[in-house]
Write a protein that binds this ligand. Structure first.
Ligand SMILES: NC(=O)c1ccc[n+]([C@@H]2O[C@H](COP(=O)([O-])OP(=O)(O)OC[C@H]3O[C@@H](n4cnc5c(N)ncnc54)[C@H](O)[C@@H]3O)[C@@H](O)[C@H]2O)c1
Ligand SMILES: O=C(O)C(=O)C[C@]1(C(=O)O)C=C[C@@H](O)C=C1
Length: 303
């Protein structure tokens, strides 16, 4: 296939950026992929592993060389990186298209407007791949991470349609399915389906780890505990950033869940067998439907 662009730059070469770099190099979307970051060792490792062609620690250099900049740092850092990039684009004859992979979109939307005197930059297309793992760093990256997974783009009216098309094509080249959503809807949906489950897993593991009988508890724990808590091994910095950036939607999701858990607690206390059975039956049906959706998308093994 003919290369769609010359150079894609990954800003923050970890699991998500490294996996994108590998996929783009594997499928020939661009002639080369370069990395930018604040730590030379992981970028050097990226070259050694064949994840990127080259790297720089200089933001001006990466802006001048790339056709697309993809910000793949933790969410709060992504807002800072964006605020550092946007003023540098003013007056450039040819500015790169900018996109990102951060887990929260509203905070970046606001950061972009703040950096541009209240107007949204047309060449910035916010995005989020709904694929990942509890592992982080470039060593964990893999070329097929996005295959059969969704990528959500949250374009706005101010966006340049060619920039949106280019970012869409980039993700399609990784084997992902690209869908569009409003910024606010994205953050509410992800708070419920991703951010809340991570908070619950962290809370459960922390509560049990701090109990007097924690040693015995972990020794006796098996598959159910492992499946429910895998994501509590995720990077604490990444999840702290997400909780801060999506505070309002996450609080709504926690409140909804707390109310539901309270009702279930009452049913357990009252030995309300009908109430418990109804809840478990509804949940099983919904989970089984979800497993069928995953299987249809070719993600059955993880479902
Ligand atoms: N891990 C997941 O499952 C997942 C899935 C979808 C989206 N995301 C989002 O993608 C982003 C990256 O996540 P990840 O799992 O790849 O994390 P990661 O820790 O593997 O990678 C983050 C990279 O950013 C770099 N970085 C940190 N501060 C920087 C700075 N100031 N300047 C430049 N680079 C900097 C780090 O050195 C690291 O290489 C996050 O915003 C995360 O919320 C993660
Ligand atoms: O599979 C995992 O371990 C993930 O945490 C991936 C996951 C998710 O919650 O599904 C995590 C954060 C993202 O922003 C998108 C995907």
């Amino acid at each position: 296939m003919a290369e769609r662009v010359d150079t894609v730059a990954i800003l923050g070469l970890g699991l998500i950026g490294g996996s994108l770099a590998r996929a783009l190099r594997a499928n020939g979307f661009c002639r080369r992929v370069i990395g930018y970051g604040h730590r030379e060792p992981s970028l050097r490792r990226g070259v050694e592993l064949g994840v990127i062609d080259d790297f720089t620690l200089d933001l001006d250099e990466v802006i001048s060389q790339a056709d697309i900049l993809v910000i793949c740092t933790p969410t709060l850092v992504a807002a800072e990186v964006l605020a550092a990039i946007l003023p540098r684009l003013q007056g450039l004859a040819r500015a790169p298209v900018i996109t990102d992979a951060a887990s929260v979109k509203g905070s970046l939307y606001r950061a972009a407007k703040a950096a541009c005197d209240g107007s949204f930059p047309p060449g910035l297309v916010l995005g989020h791949p709904i694929a990942g793992s509890e592992r982080s760093g470039v060593e964990a990256s893999k070329a097929d991470l996005y295959e059969n997974h969704r990528v959500i783009l949250t374009p706005v009216a101010e966006n340049d349609s060619e920039a949106v098309e280019l970012v869409r094509d980039m993700w399609l080249a990784t084997g992902a399915e690209v869908v569009e959503m409003e910024v606010e809807q994205h953050d509410a949906v992800l708070a419920a389906t991703s951010h809340l489950p991570h908070v619950l897993a962290y809370a459960l593991v922390d509560a049990l780890a701090r109990s007097d009988s924690s040693e015995e508890i972990f020794r006796c724990a098996a598959g159910g505990f492992r499946d429910f808590t895998r994501i509590a091994s995720s990077d604490p910095v990444m999840w702290r950033d997400i909780a801060i950036a999506n505070r309002s939607a996450l609080l709504d999701a926690i409140d909804l869940f707390s109310e539901h858990l309270g009702q279930l607690r009452e049913a357990v206390a009252a030995e309300d067998s009908e109430g418990m059975h109804a809840t478990f039956t509804r949940a099983k049906a919904a989970r089984d439907d979800f497993a069928a959706i995953l299987a249809q998308r070719g993600q059955g093994k993880q479902g």
